[in-house]
Design a protein around this ligand. Sequence first.
Ligand SMILES: [Zn+2]
Length: 220
Amino acid sequence: MSNSYEQIFENNRKWVESKISQDQDFFTNLAATQTPEYLYIGCSDSRATAEELMGAKPGEVFVTRNIANVVNTLDMSSTSVIQYAVEHLKVKHIIVCGHYNCGGVKAAMTPQDLGLLNPWLRNIRDVYRIHQAELDSIEDEHKRYDRLVELNVQEQCINVIKMACVQERYITENFPIVHGWVFDLRTGKLIDLEIDFENILKDIQKIYDLTNSDWMMRNK
Ligand SMILES: [Zn+2]
């Protein structure tokens, strides 16, 4: 895309034309309602888009993005998005998608004061602490960085599952299913980490369970 600001509106005009040429009612239908099956929680990184890499159309994915795809209980933005997606849109799947070469994860691996970013990046430093033994055993710095990207996705998935609205909907409907993905910028491939929630939650579910029911999150 050209750097020209005006080019954006030119692109939009062409996009509208092409959509209408394929389907005259495209925008009438788009304006009517949304019934997305997917909630996508991704990184703000300009290279790790949501819809484009999934081949999804407008209306198919509810999206929130922030630095390093963090789900923090005190962040009203991501928690409101999850609550709305689960209770009102009744999404079937919640995806946390990280990406290799994530600047946020890299910054969290580096000991430095980044001012206002410190509290946000501490979420990722805490992921490092939880998985310190595994991460410190990886000698290659690039591999350690890749692994922290994956473990950060895993921990943010667990943070999604800690939410009462997710647990309650799951018990009654058997969804939303939570998925952890990584987008590999180097190849363009989307990788399903196939996180074994059953195993991971085995010891900690009693701490985070907010219901009176027996339940176990599947990953499929
Ligand atoms: Zn990132």
